[in-house]
Ligand binder design. Structure first.
Ligand SMILES: [Zn+2]
Length: 613
């Protein structure tokens, strides 16, 4: 069927620019896949379409099919992809079923159910924005003079993607996003790039159901960079397509009507609002400890049911998983007790604070001169090790903007951000800072199972807290400034910063939490207490104390200010100090011990440390 290649592909198969990722081309009746033996899923999947809303729509097959054309080591069986952390994964068609069965019939439809056409796609994307995009593509109309529309889609991976394990140890990496290129040749001769419109999308796994595909525009260049593929290569690069960077071409295209795909999106927008905007409660992701416990117990139950049903022994993976579940469950039970203790009034050492009230009145910083003029020599910046749909990058940008607004640091800071996947309610974990060449590096990893649920402000807030540590809270002079037994600051410290008289350092919570934060019992929702709370605020002292670590304060807070208020507009602030960033070695990395987990908990930290060894 090699002759089908040119029928399904616009200007031939994408060129593979990644020598470490071979691509095996599989030709089907209705579409073509460039299968990647490295990721055990398509690098790309391509088809052509026009007016595929015809009445015929064959019943969905009941199975997925193993693709026996592949080497047995590369074949996936037709089991589902399960979950990654707490996030449900769908077996995601790259070339969709409906668009093929309506054009080519039953057998072609079944071929779209080959596992070689599947990628582990977040359920929220598969049944949300991705489904909308597929609908709109199917709705591209036949028009006089216009050719078919041609579609190429596929996964985009982060640097160090999380994996799901399948078929006794085959590791399938989970993409962080998906690309789609839709070519719309509107006029004859179709060989002329100026007669072709191109819509490009890059849609993160975490895209909310309620968003529409055109909220994720991209360019051919960006997709080529992220996928190490090159599209429509037989065209000279000087030609410019649709949305791309050449202004003249862009203006020419804008003068025209929008592409058939964009019109199909527009027509559906209102219907989508009704169909896809489901209340958050319908999403099966636990947000309470009780909910997590119920979820994990359910998972344990399902696994043992499956093992019993299949009359077999548990696999090694399943045993390890069961142990983790047991461990996590017992830990969560304990966490539940601690949470209920913390809300009680019988805590030793004093009465519990009223939850929302600030314990001390905000007051202007005393004993400190005016902020010195900016030297601008150092900067707080970030390095993304891996990400899910730019969520960490956006959080990091906001967090760095936050600190760069208030502090002129004594040394530059690079906060390294990445992902990990772990059961249990740890949101993030941080490692001990390290230094090189006058730059201090702090490393933070976020749990993928929570990233989906987190608002941009929550992610940024967590990063702000961790940068607070990297700047010195819990380190440096900090430990010399107070009495470890009472948590009260010394006379010397108070002499240089009067507001410290009102502060106390946390003494509970074990390593990582104790002696490195403001006291939770007194300052509950402050940013730099050891526990993350909803509706956090920042006290002026959290900024002012930075002077004790040798940083200059560029701007002070007049009083207690909500983090939400401080975050407003901060994410969109333009980062204008790129020159300084370029001088910093962003990639310098040194392995350091784990230091804290968020929410802070000594038991969980000990567990992670044990796993590390
Ligand atoms: Zn902390």
């Amino acid at each position: 069927m090699a002759h089908h290649l040119d029928l399904h592909l616009w200007r031939g198969a994408p060129q593979n620019l990644d020598p470490d990722r071979p691509v095996q081309i599989l030709v089907n009746q209705g579409y073509v896949v460039g299968f990647s033996p490295k990721t055990l899923q398509p690098a790309w999947s391509a088809y052509c379409v026009a007016h595929a809303e015809a009445a015929v729509d064959y019943r969905r097959p009941l199975h997925y099919y193993t693709d026996v054309r592949l080497d047995p080591a590369l074949r996936l069986s037709n089991r589902t992809f399960g979950r990654i952390g707490n996030i449900p994964l769908n077996v995601g068609h790259m070339t969709p079923n409906e668009v093929i069965n309506r054009q080519y019939g039953r057998l072609a439809q079944m071929e779209t159910f080959l596992m070689s056409n599947m990628s582990p796609q977040y359920e929220v994307l598969n049944q949300g924005v991705w489904a909308k995009l597929e609908q709109a593509i199917r709705g591209v109309q036949t028009e006089p003079g216009a050719d078919y529309a041609w579609v190429i889609v596929g996964p985009v991976f982060g640097d160090d993607p999380p994996h799901v394990s399948r078929d006794g140890g085959k590791l399938v990496p989970v993409p962080e996003a998906y690309f789609a290129l839709v070519v719309d040749p509107v006029r004859y001769p179709y060989e002329t790039p100026a007669n072709v419109k191109l819509d490009c999308f890059l849609i993160p796994q975490t895209a909310p159901r309620s968003s529409d595909p055109d909220a994720y525009p991209s360019t051919r260049e960006e997709i080529e960079r992220r996928t190490k593929l090159r599209f429509f290569d037989s065209w000279a690069r000087t030609y410019v397509l649709g949305q791309e960077s050449d202004d003249t071409a862009r203006l020419t295209m804008q003068a025209d009507a929008p592409s058939r795909l964009m019109r199909a999106i527009e027509v559906r927008r209102e219907t989508w609002k009704k169909e896809f905007d489901v209340p958050a409660a319908a999403q099966p992701v636990a947000s309470t400890i009780e909910g997590l416990i119920a979820d994990l117990q359910e998972e344990a139950r399902l696994t043992s049911e499956q093992v019993l049903g299949e009359h077999r022994q548990t696999t090694r993976e399943e045993r390890i998983r069961a142990e983790t579940l047991q461990h996590t469950l017992s830990w969560l039970m304990r966490a539940k007790e601690i949470t209920s203790d913390r809300s009680g009034a019988d805590k030793p050492g004093g009465q519990a604070p009223a939850p929302a009230d600030p314990v001390i009145a905000p007051q202007p910083p005393a004993g400190i001169g005016a902020a010195p003029a900016s030297t601008g020599a150092n900067i707080i910046t970030y390095k993304i090790v891996n990400d899910a749909g730019d969520r960490l990058r956006n959080g990091a940008r906001a967090a760095c903007n936050f600190w760069n607004r208030f502090i002129l640091p004594r040394y530059s800071i690079v906060i390294r951000l990445g992902l990990f996947t772990h059961l249990g309610n740890t949101i993030a974990r941080a490692y001990e800072p390290y230094e090189s060449d006058g730059v201090r590096y702090g490393q933070v990893e976020f749990n993928t199972r929570y990233l989906l649920d987190f608002t941009a402000d929550q992610i940024a807030g967590t990063i702000i807290h961790e940068i607070g540590h990297t700047l010195g809270i819990g380190w440096d002079n900090w430990s010399k400034m107070f009495d470890r037994k009472t948590g009260r600051f010394t006379a010397d410290a108070i002499a240089s910063l009067a507001a410290l008289a009102n502060m106390e350092v946390e003494r509970d919570g074990g390593p990582g939490t104790a002696l490195a934060h403001w006291d939770e019992a007194l300052f509950d929702r402050e940013l730099m207490t050891g526990y993350k709370d909803p509706g956090e605020h920042v006290l002026p002292i959290t900024i002012d104390v930075m002077e004790a670590f040798g940083h200059d304060v560029a701007e002070r807070l007049a009083g207690q200010t909500s983090l939400e208020e401080l975050m407003q507009g901060i994410a969109s602030m333009v980062f204008s100090r790129q020159d300084e960033v370029r001088k910093i070695d962003l990639d310098y990395f040194k392995e350091t011990p784990l230091r804290e987990v968020v929410p802070h908990d000594a038991t969980q930290l000990a567990q992670f440390v044990a796993e590390q060894e």
